[in-house]
Design a protein around this ligand. Structure first.
Ligand SMILES: *[C@@H]1O[C@H](CO)[C@@H](O)[C@H](O)[C@H]1NC(C)=O
Length: 228
């Protein structure tokens, strides 16, 4: 029973690794990362590969030794961090899509994608457009189960939170949590998004997820997290 994770050094991904480690369902947790990062735990088996173009091959190799049950991606950037719109698309769409595709080709049954509030392939704006296209194309890969989480304003300790406007969202998000604005931005801690992501992966592994495609809105995500 193994859980494969992309984006494990980010705000949500690092928490996915922690919840994976605590899970009684998964025996092995495999974060695939670019650069060395401290991810420790008895079940955690980190794969470091700086060249992301080799990641699909890493997935193929890995699934030959241990079948991968669930694949969670919390990998994402921002236009500012990526340096250009083109690089942003290459990371947020390109890397994610290539690796979900590799996961599907190598027998993974459940895909969980941490997307974003407002994701919409038809949007005129880069961020929601890129996220929306990724959602559509991951769904089209036809996993037995696809779960899309669309968090609102992400809160967390790390400055590298991905989201609409990063620091600004973090500040506004924190200030608005539990206030009048909360129903609009649905601020949520990165750890809570991770908790829900791992819970869906567990449910699918235990046969408790019946839907082929599940899209969880920012508001629903806050409610689900509060129940776990
Ligand atoms: C995948 O496995 C093959 C055969 O063992 C090996 O030659 C190759 O380097 C591996 N690729 C990666 C990216 O680890």
């Amino acid at each position: 029973m193994s859980l494969f994770i992309l984006g494990a050094t980010g705000l949500v991904g690092a928490e996915v690794v922690k919840y994976g480690e605590k899970s009684s369902v998964f025996e092995k947790v495999i974060p695939l990362i670019r650069r060395h990062s401290k991810l420790e735990g008895s079940k955690i088996s980190v794969i470091e590969e700086p060249d992301t173009s080799k990641w699909p091959e890493v997935i193929a190799n890995e699934s030959k030794s241990t079948p991968i049950d669930a694949f969670i991606s919390a990998l994402g950037s921002t236009r500012a961090k990526a340096g250009s719109a083109e690089n942003f698309r290459k990371i947020d769409y390109g890397i994610n899509y290539e690796n979900f595709k590799a996961a599907k080709e190598n027998g993974v049954k459940t895909a969980v994608l941490v997307s974003s509030i407002g994701a919409n392939a038809k949007s005129w704006f880069l961020y929601p457009q890129t996220k929306g296209k990724l959602e559509d194309d991951v769904i089209a890969l036809g996993f037995e189960h696809t779960v899309i989480l669309r968090p609102g304003a992400l809160l967390g300790e790390r400055e590298s939170a991905h989201g609409w406007a990063n620091g600004a969202v973090n500040t506004i998000g924190r200030a608005t949590k539990g206030t009048f604005f909360a129903p609009v931005l649905h601020p949520i801690e990165g750890a809570d998004v991770a908790k829900v992501a791992v819970d869906f992966a567990e449910k699918s592994k235990m046969g408790k997820l019946t839907e082929k495609v599940t899209i969880v809105s920012a508001g629903e995500l806050v409610k689900l997290a509060s129940k776990l």
